[in-house]
Design a protein around this ligand. Structure first.
Ligand SMILES: Cc1ncc(COP(=O)(O)O)c(C=O)c1O
Length: 335
């Protein structure tokens, strides 16, 4: 048995999800008449209390489209130094939108309103105009931690007063919602745009949805076309997303419980130097200096356990839909 903990993106579609895909009614989404895509976009927008949605091939694309629509070169985007949009999207902000980055050193990917205020540029020709604030919830590189609703509210109120758009990289927003037992609508009202990934904890094979006002999504649709993200009978994969949204949300609590168990287990291992708090489905730990990371990963691989490195001596494990009791038993024996 292979236990793949490299990411929550590795899940296989369930039989029921495949059936939903097979039965999907489809059209041509670039021409705007794929009923399953329209249903998915409306479902996500409605849940988060936004006017419209846009189905895209990836979370990178939804983030990059949002940045493109919200900004004008030579603007500046404020985000945490651990943010996916800054670290893992290939420099897309500069490449696609001609904007620079202002990085905040937050607490595990989360910063305070006071930290944000200190980074807003004055209206002065020396500085790029601050045009967008982007938050990541949960924060991947920080180990899946989530933002407090009170800090989100403070930041959101401030951005609204300043007329500064606020974007959410919500690749794993449902992990945060389930962990905090809160609703999409409550989260949605804080943000001007949200990027939600269907292909991570929710277990769909492909796709992300961007939400915002009708006007924002109209512009985003144009950018999606330019980025080459217009898909035709995309309803087959949209149907998987709808299935995931209707069946795979509450079960994220299982992933969180499993991740916490793995965290407890690893704490006791002699090869572990340090482990980040486990808040949702991501476990990040550091190996002792006398352990070779390459050998550690290779040894696990030989036992059928796949993990990834997240930096020097740093390993990440992610729990997901395909990690059940049997997989957990194997991990308890073999880790
Ligand atoms: C926080 C976060 N945002 C965005 C993305 C990008 O998603 P995709 O891989 O679909 O481009 C990821 C992917 O891992 C992520 O972890």
């Amino acid at each position: 048995m292979i236990v793949d903990l490299r990411s929550d993106t590795v899940t296989q579609a369930t039989k029921e999800m495949k059936e939903a895909m097979l039965m999907a009614e489809v059209g041509d989404d670039v021409l705007g008449d794929d009923p399953s895509v329209i249903a998915l976009e409306n479902l996500v927008a409605k849940r988060f209390g936004h006017e419209s949605g846009l189905f895209c091939p990836s979370g990178t694309m939804t983030n990059q489209i949002a940045i493109k629509v919200h900004t004008n070169a030579p603007g500046e985007v404020i985000c945490d130094e651990l943010a996916h949009i800054y670290r893992y999207e290939g420099g897309g902000m500069a490449f696609n939108s001609g904007v620079s980055n202002r990085l905040i050193q937050g607490d595990r990917g989360r910063f305070t309103l006071e930290q944000l205020k200190a980074e807003i540029n004055p209206d002065d020709i020396h500085f790029p105009p601050t045009q967008l604030v982007s938050l990541e919830n949960t924060c991947n590189k920080a180990g899946g931690c989530y933002w407090s609703l009170s800090e989100l509210e403070r930041i959101s109120n401030f951005c609204k007063n300043e007329g500064l758009p606020l974007h959410l990289d919500g690749a794993r927003i449902y992990n945060a919602l389930v962990a905090q037992n809160t609703s999409e609508a409550k989260m949605g009202k804080f943000f001007d745009s949200i990027s939600l990934c269907l292909s991570k904890g929710l277990g769909a094979p492909v796709g992300s949805v961007l939400t915002g006002t009708a006007d924002f999504i109209k512009k985003a649709r144009r950018i999606r076309k330019i980025f080459g993200g217009g898909m035709r009978q995309a309803g087959y994969i949209a149907a998987a997303g709808i299935y995931a949204l209707n069946h795979h949300v509450e079960r994220l609590a299982i992933d969180h419980k499993n991740a916490k168990e793995l965290g407890q287990l690893l704490k006791q291992k002699p090869y572990v130097k340090d482990i980040k708090p486990v808040d949702t489905n991501i476990v990040i730990f550091q190996l002792n200096t006398d352990v070779s990371m390459q050998d550690f990963i290779a040894n696990l691989d030989n036992k059928g356990i796949r993990v990834v490195s997240m930096g020097p001596q740093t390993i990440r494990l992610v729990t997901h839909l395909d990690i059940g009791d049997q997989e957990m038993d194997k991990l308890k024996k073999e880790l």
